[in-house]
Write a protein that binds this ligand. Structure first.
Ligand SMILES: Nc1ncnc2c1ncn2[C@@H]1O[C@H](COP(=O)(O)OP(=O)(O)O)[C@@H](O)[C@H]1O
Ligand SMILES: O=C(O)[C@H](O)[C@@H](O)[C@H](O)[C@H](O)COP(=O)(O)O
Length: 182
């Protein structure tokens, strides 16, 4: 994916993807490996968005823009402080990702590509989450794959969490000239 001559001083890894693609699981492991702060994007949804999803209605652009703007602000704050961090955010559309990237060279998207079959199985097994498995279809219909001209990497998402995170880190560290953590 995109390489740049000027390496940003800080990195904001945005773990993107549809529900069940392992964003939270992967972000936790990235945070453990890198010892960076992890912010869960699900926790930043206003209560109305959570209720909408809980009741089985997909979010629309209008629901998502304020939530995305809050995350863009957080990225800006981390850049200003010079602190790298990890954020989970579905970031399903290119326009959403463009908003997160706008003026923010630190952003690097990490997507664990996972088949619909595996996603369906994972969501059927997941307990205690507001997101109903019935919303997977609309998430998949909304997802616009990460483009070659966007910063980040798409890696296979069906192996172990360690394998997925290992691949993400190797891509990130290679592109951003960061030493690979142990
Ligand atoms: N690589 C993986 N292998 C097996 N199960 C996984 C993997 N990644 C995530 N899971 C499981 O799939 C479910 C969804 O993962 P989660 O991290 O909540 O995804 P998301 O945050 O994208 O909705 C969880 O129950 C999690 O334990
Ligand atoms: O943009 C959206 O429609 C939501 O952000 C959605 O993509 C997100 O995934 C939910 O918050 C559910 O949370 P999980 O992804 O953890 O299932």
């Amino acid at each position: 994916m995109e390489t740049t001559d000027s390496i940003p001083a800080t990195t904001s890894i945005v773990v993107m993807g549809v529900s069940g693609s392992g964003k939270s699981t992967v972000a936790n492991e990235l945070a453990r490996r890198l010892q960076w702060e992890f912010i869960e994007g699900d926790d930043l949804h206003p209560p109305e968005n959570v209720e909408k999803m809980r009741s089985g209605t997909p979010l629309d652009d209008e629901d998502r823009w304020p939530w995305l703007r809050r995350m863009a602000e957080l990225i800006g704050e981390h850049e200003a402080a010079g602190t790298s961090f990890i954020l989970t955010c579905s970031a399903l559309k290119r326009s959403y990702r463009d908003l997160l990237c706008d003026g923010h060279p630190s952003v690097w998207f990490a997507h664990a590509d996972t088949s619909e079959e595996v996603l369906t199985e994972r969501l059927a097994q997941r307990k205690g989450h507001y997101m109903p498995p019935s919303l997977l279809r609309s998430q998949l219909d909304t997802l616009q794959p990460l483009g070659d001209d966007e910063p980040g990497a798409v890696v296979p998402g069906e192996g172990s969490v360690e394998e997925t995170v290992g691949e993400m880190l190797s891509e990130l560290c290679d592109e951003r000239k960061i030493p690979l953590p142990r």
